[in-house]
Write a protein of this length. Structure first.
Length: 338
């Protein structure tokens, strides 16, 4: 027979268990720098689906603009307000100078297979960068490519001389400023939210981004020429707040890593044909848009700037940067040899 006290005890225990269950199912906040249907948004959605299919947790995604600019979401992730953040090295360079290595022109290969092997197997990405991110309170979970970067300008560009006096928007890192100075332009660092308006009002006359982003953000409405010189592939990075990640159970850490791996595989497949499709869509939306893929010969003077930008990178980052650059070169060689 249950007496009043034992029933009371059972009710309390049941409530406690229900409470414990509720506490273990958490909502994790994840912010990125693009719209929900752009590459970072597609990655975030896959991550969310995997987490929610394999745990009791839910992921709340905040696309670009909902929580501020890229610098804002990084601060929120470092403060633990966000559990996950996607911030591209183009912005992280201010916090982790070594991340600017991704802006040495012509360092990353254009061949898709080599590029993907590099991102999968790179020791620089999988072993050295995580230490540098950890110093900033971040657990680096992955880095992935988003597509070949092309320039959009008002006038055609066939050599560095054509960029003379062109105020060219770059993401906010000093090495990208060096890189576009070496290309002959007047680099103007700006957060993304200001770019369309600055082109529209003529404050700047050019900017660079991967094909899908030129199309989805309608850069062709405010510029007339696209020029591809094969100098870079847009790289981004996903990380967690380190205290949050370290505090997860081993099972939850595995759920997170598995979700990252699933989203990574998905996004590499998703890249296939994306650049060509985007340029075709732009040509359809604005038939008078000039889309110029420069020849090997025309690219030469741009390629010749790489050594000078590399020197600037080493000057900015010292031994630590040199270690990253050397490892990346070794990783790229290994990827090309595969
Ligand atoms: O140029 C930028 O600032 C933006 N570009 C891309 C492809 N993603 C996010 C970033 O903010």
């Amino acid at each position: 027979m249950f007496n009043r006290t034992s029933i009371g005890g059972m009710v309390a225990a049941a409530a406690l268990m229900a409470g414990l269950g509720a506490a273990s199912a958490e909502t994790w906040r994840y912010a990125h720098e693009e719209a929900a249907d752009e590459v970072q948004g597609v990655f975030a959605q896959k991550f969310k689906e995997s987490i929610e299919a394999n745990s009791d947790h839910t992921v709340q995604i905040f696309p670009f603009g909902t929580l501020g600019e890229s610098a804002d979401i990084m601060e929120q992730a470092q403060a633990g307000i966000l559990q996950f953040v996607d911030q591209s090295p183009g912005f992280t360079g201010a916090l982790i100078p070594e991340a600017q290595v991704f802006f040495v022109p012509y360092l990353l290969p254009q061949d898709e297979e080599t590029l993907q092997t590099f991102f999968r197997e790179s020791k620089a990405i999988n072993e050295i960068f995580p230490e540098l991110y950890a110093e900033q309170g971040l657990e680096l979970l992955t880095m992935f490519p988003e597509g070949e970067v092309c320039m959009t300008t008002q006038e055609p560009v066939t050599s560095p001389a054509d960029l003379n006096e062109v105020k060219f928007r770059v993401m906010t890192n000093p090495l990208l400023v060096e890189s576009y100075r070496a290309f002959g332009a007047t680099p103007t660092p700006l957060p993304w939210g200001e770019v369309y308006g600055a082109l529209q009002t003529g404050i700047i006359q050019g900017q660079e981004n991967p094909g899908f982003f030129l199309e989805s953000t309608k850069m062709y409405e405010v510029t007339d020429v696209i020029t591809c010189i094969g100098h870079n592939n847009f790289t981004t990075a996903v990380m967690a707040n380190k205290d949050f990640f370290d505090g997860l159970s081993e099972d939850d850490q595995k759920v997170v890593q598995d979700a990252i791996d699933a989203a990574f595989d998905y996004i590499l497949d998703y890249q296939s044909g994306l650049q060509e499709d985007a340029l075709a869509k732009i040509a359809e939306a604005k038939p008078e848009m000039q889309i110029n893929i420069l020849s090997e010969e025309e690219r030469k003077p741009f390629m010749e700037t790489a050594a000078q930008v590399e020197d600037a990178f080493i000057e900015m980052t010292g031994e630590s940067g040199k270690r990253i650059l050397d490892q990346m070169k070794a990783d790229l060689e290994a990827a090309a040899g595969n």
